[in-house]
Design a protein around this ligand. Structure first.
Ligand code: FAD
Length: 466
């Protein structure tokens, strides 16, 4: 584990009293709840806040932000707590603002294909509410994350290759800024050229520039026809080469996921998938019946050229749900390969033409390192993850994992890629952000942060030191 370094910010009694008055028993200071909010799946030791405030409405968020600002108390917005790079750790103590109880679906405009939601609505809850409307919200990080958290991390997932990420799917946000103002960034029009794009300033800001209290997102019509399949390949290289070809010939594939043989072993143990322990691609096709048939034929041809065999189809909704639930569970399934272990998860993304090189070189590196680590990825986007399963108490293993992560990032940057395709910077990737963008762009980010949050109260210590 990486030990916590900063001392917790003591909460002034006046703030505690005012928060208690505002929230009653929705202000919690118990060690268990604070500890749970001060840890995540990352390798950092817990950094708990002094208190957790559970807000139920925008007025409460406004009051909490203004109070914290007045007393210079750090404030960490919190959704489902599923982020992976130390995003929610309370580096300076203070208050964590849990938004899960702001979970109202505010409006669905079927004819415009948009939904306006409070930040605590989760992606699964939103899709459950849309079930009868013939619409869906496609962004699906493996966890059942909140829409507020997904905006803040610029999340994506298995559908991004066809439908885009949160960057493309958020139309407007209502945000409580660090100085306690309520700001709506845009209207509901599909596009706008009105001034600076504040929506996209907040999307990906990791809770450092304000608290999202409402979001309007794009919805998409449920496709007339859906088909899904898994296909085994003789090697990592052949599977990835097939993906590159599929993307390059322009198949409008909805999902195209790589799962290596170690991850398949984990899935077989956890989800009883019964797949051969080889590299696999998981596919999903959306469109008209004819369109899906054409996509399937093309993909089968390409897969065949690269030795892909044994297409197993999941045609009913139940079979498809089982397939994708298994894929989404791969993270937790992998943890069972080494009971009691911790994960160091990487998240690079490269231009598709460099994907095969990047994955192959990484697989070689991994073999030499001796670490146990499945490789999975949203490879249709050029994005993949290595999940290194280490003994959290073993400094040597942690060092080896961190060194492999650093080499992978350097490799991806050398291919004009990025140190994070979807998980974000948080605490863990700050040095890589600098390596990726250089001094001037990061200095500009600091200037924006300073202009909006001069006392550095909103999720301090994330994205960059300030
Ligand atoms: C098993 C597993 C699989 C995953 N797979 C993916 C994946 O495929 N793709 C992907 O993108 N991510 C993935 N993730 C990471 C994670 O699910 C995403 O980062 C997600 O967007 C986090 O949402 P959350 O609600 O859990 O936010 P949290 O973890 O609670 O918070 C994340 C960040 O957002 C800020 N925040 C939260 N709510 C708000 C708000 N209302 N206003 C302002 N800031 C806020 C927090 O301060 C923090 O900086 C995965 C995680 C796990 C555990």
């Amino acid at each position: 584990m990486i030990p916590s370094s900063s001392p917790a910010f003591p909460l002034p009694p006046a703030v505690l009293d005012a928060l208690r008055q505002l929230l009653g028993d929705r202000l919690v200071t118990s060690a268990a709840v604070c500890d749970q909010h001060g840890r995540d799946e990352s390798i950092f030791a817990a950094m708990p806040p002094a208190a957790v405030a559970f807000a139920r409405c925008t007025d409460e968020v406004l009051a909490i932000v203004r109070l914290c600002r007045e007393h210079r108390v750090p404030l960490v917005p919190y959704g489902a707590g599923s982020s992976l790079e130390g995003h929610t750790l309370a580096t300076q103590g203070g208050v964590t603002l849990n938004l899960q109880q702001m979970d109202r679906l505010v409006a669905v405009h079927d004819e415009d294909q948009t939904a306006t939601v409070q930040p605590g609505v989760t992606r699964k809850a939103l899709n459950a509410a849309l079930r009868d409307k013939g619409l869906f919200f496609p962004i699906d990080p493996g966890a059942d994350a909140t829409i507020g958290g997904m905006c803040a991390t610029r999340a994506s997932g298995t559908n991004a290759v066809r439908y885009g990420t949160m960057r493309e799917n958020v139309l407007n946000l209502t945000v409580v800024t660090p100085d306690g103002q309520l700001v709506k960034t845009a209207r509901r029009a599909r596009k706008s050229a009105a001034g600076y794009d504040l929506t996209r300033l907040f999307v990906g800001s990791e809770g450092t520039l304000g608290v999202v209290v409402e979001a309007t997102v794009k919805l998409h019509p449920l496709p007339e026809s859906i088909s899904a399949a898994v296909c085994a390949f003789p090697s990592i290289d052949t599977a990835v080469q097939a993906v590159v070809q599929i993307i390059q010939v322009g198949v409008p594939i909805a999902r195209c996921e790589f799962v290596d043989s170690v991850a398949i072993r984990a899935l077989n143990g956890h989800s009883n998938t019964g797949l051969p322990e080889q590299s696999h691609l998981f596919f999903e096709f959306h469109g008209s019946e004819t369109g899906v048939r054409e996509q399937v034929a093309l993909v089968q041809d390409i897969a065949g050229e690269f030795g892909g065999e044994r297409f197993q189809w999941a045609d009913t909704p139940e079979e498809r749900t089982r397939l994708w639930e298994a894929r989404h569970n791969v993270y937790f399934a992998a943890l069972l390969l080494r009971p009691g272990c911790r994960s160091v998860v990487t998240d690079v993304c490269v231009p598709i033409s460099r994907l095969a090189d990047c994955v192959n070189q990484t697989a070689d590196d991994l073999r030499q390192s001796g670490l146990l680590a499945p490789i999975v990825g949203h490879v249709g986007d050029g994005n993949f993850h290595v999940q290194m399963l280490i003994d959290g108490g073993c400094a040597d293993e942690l060092e080896a994992a961190e060194a492999l992560n650093a080499r992978l990032v350097t490799r991806a940057l050398g291919m004009d890629g990025t140190c994070t395709g979807e998980h974000g910077i948080g605490l863990h990737k700050q040095a890589f952000l600098l390596e990726e963008l250089g001094e001037a762009p990061v200095a500009l980010m600091r200037q924006i942060k300073h202009a909006m949050d001069p006392h550095n109260l909103m999720n301090p210590g994330k994205i960059f030191a300030f």
